[in-house]
Design a protein around this ligand. Structure first.
Ligand code: PLP
Length: 492
């Protein structure tokens, strides 16, 4: 299928080529020229498949240049090493509340769902393009993308990957996961500042023509593993459809029944995938966009005004400590009825003034599908504790934000449709904060905290966490955001 740029609909590209390119040359993001339609039979049929088979079928709707059989093999390899054979199990809290667990991959966050298959799509795209160049993946991370991308691309031939994380902006476990990363083609560097600084630094490199030429002279072409890449988005659509099919086949909902979906949101990639699934025919009513104290999206859905110039908070859900949600541009494109000139204008205004205001009718279309709210730190901590008490279910802080916001939604609207809460990380990745929320204990040392948390919650420390203890630290570099290009040229 063809994709078009959100800033110029004439700018068309095959879906597989977009995976290599990452971002459109006009600065826009690639979106499907038309959304493939799914009928009821197709959706429900997926419930009979393994996760990998279902994911391959959904990906096939976009990547029609890849043979079905090849896609299936890619998906099977991608999801073979998850710590739950169901890959993305749906757990029941109550008759109305279900949790879609997306953290069973090698790095314990939902990013694995896409980043275990993206490198395979990229290798296919590279083969397809006949290009002789290698790929250099540059990634800014708020904590989870970095590790998931490193694992996904580790020792993949013809690729190198460099990850930049905010020096003070990730949890101890997240940092440990990254700085101990094995692989001959991996590199990790801290950036002074917050995630937006790291992201800005990385975006600058993509736009710097001189830098691109020097990278090219060394035999590399730049690409991105961030959620602006369509190859991240497409695999994320699959689990929403699969979860729905499983809710039906498990007898939890009727065929065709509409559900709500609540997503803890940062860069707007995960919830956008749910919106795309709805556009493709999945029976979804409201998409509930949950933020932490960095509630720029809550304000935007409320007022239509996006303002990035505001206080930045460091929270216990660091993967959502983001003020510039890149993927929102894809939603804007849909709600303004695909007016690329208008999107271009909004993004220019954002770049120049740090804010923009959406026109009235677009805003109206937007709030038909979405509800947005946020939970502060206290509320998040209380939700972790209360949910464990009530249901014996341990939430990570990101998922707790979603659960709290869903409770607000229920109270404000009384809408008691079945709700699917997306769980994006294992609580053991944010172990000190989760332990403190649950029992009040303040344990500094992360592995000691993990032992205590396992004890207090009657669960086991995931192998992915215990394996970190005693692993060698390989990466200790720290850089200013202006220096990233030099850092990269040094390692090539
Ligand atoms: C990345 C991440 C999020 C936010 O997802 P977006 O697609 O950026 O909105 C939420 N929770 C966790 C644990 C994450 O790693």
């Amino acid at each position: 299928m063809k994709l078009i740029s959100t800033r110029n609909a004439e700018n068309k590209i095959a879906a597989l080529d977009a995976v290599l390119k990452g971002i459109a040359s006009d600065g826009g993001l690639f979106v499907p020229e038309v959304f493939p339609a799914m009928d009821k039979r197709l959706i429900l049929g997926l419930g009979e498949n393994s996760y990998a088979e279902a994911a391959a079928k959904v990906l096939g709707l976009f990547f029609d240049e890849i043979e079905d059989e090849d896609l299936r093999k890619m998906a099977e390899a991608a999801y073979a090493h998850f710590d739950d054979v169901r890959v993305a199990p749906v757990k029941k809290l109550t008759n109305k509340e279900y949790i879609l667990e997306l953290f069973h991959g090698p790095t314990l966050a939902f990013k694995d769902m896409a980043l275990q298959i993206l490198p395979r799509l990229m290798s296919e795209a590279l083969k397809n393009s006949g290009s002789k160049e290698n790929i250099l993946i540059l990634t800014a991370t708020s904590g989870d993308t970095g590790k998931a991308a490193l694992e996904g691309f580790r020792d993949v031939s013809r690729t190198k990957i460099a990850v930049f994380y905010p020096e003070e902006g990730v949890s101890d476990m997240q940092k440990l996961q990254m700085v101990t990363q094995p692989g001959k083609n991996t590199y990790v560097c801290a950036v002074r500042g917050n995630f937006d600084d790291a992201q800005t630094g990385v975006k600058k490199m993509f736009a710097d023509i001189g830098f691109n030429e020097r990278v090219k002279a060394r035999g590399y072409q730049l690409s991105s593993a961030n959620s602006i890449n369509f190859g991240r988005l497409a695999p994320q659509i699959a689990y929403y459809i699969y979860a729905y099919a499983k809710l039906v086949s498990g007898g939890h909902i009727q065929v065709g029944e509409t559900i709500n979906i609540t997503v803890p949101t940062g860069n707007f990639g995960n919830i956008l995938a749910a919106y795309y699934a709805k556009k493709m025919g999945l029976p979804v009513s409201k998409l509930i966009c949950a933020s932490n104290s960095n509630n720029v999206l809550t304000d935007f859905f409320e007022s239509g005004k996006y303002v990035t110039n505001r206080m930045f908070f460091k929270t216990m859900s660091p993967s959502m400590d983001i003020l510039i949600s890149s993927n929102l541009e894809r939603l804007l494109f849909e709600v303004c009825e695909r007016n690329a000139a208008y999107v271009r204008e909004l993004m220019q205004t954002l770049g120049a003034d740090g804010e923009y205001t959406l026109d009235f009718s677009s805003k109206g279309r937007m709030v038909k599908d979405f509800y947005a709210d946020y939970a502060d730190e206290l509320r998040t901590a209380r939700t972790i504790k209360d949910t464990f008490r009530k249901h014996g279910y341990l939430l990570d802080p990101h998922t707790a934000v979603a659960k709290a916001v869903y409770e607000n939604y229920l109270q404000h609207t009384g809408d008691s449709k079945v709700n699917l809460i997306v769980s994006t990380a294992s609580p053991f990745k944010f172990v000190q904060d989760v332990l403190r929320s649950l029992t009040g204990e303040a344990v500094e040392e992360p592995f000691e905290a993990a032992r205590r948390l396992a004890e207090a919650s009657g669960s086991e420390v995931p192998g992915q966490i215990s394996a970190l203890q005693g692993s060698d630290v390989r990466f200790m570099d720290v850089a200013e955001k202006e220096e990233l290009a030099d850092v990269i040229l040094n390692i090539l």
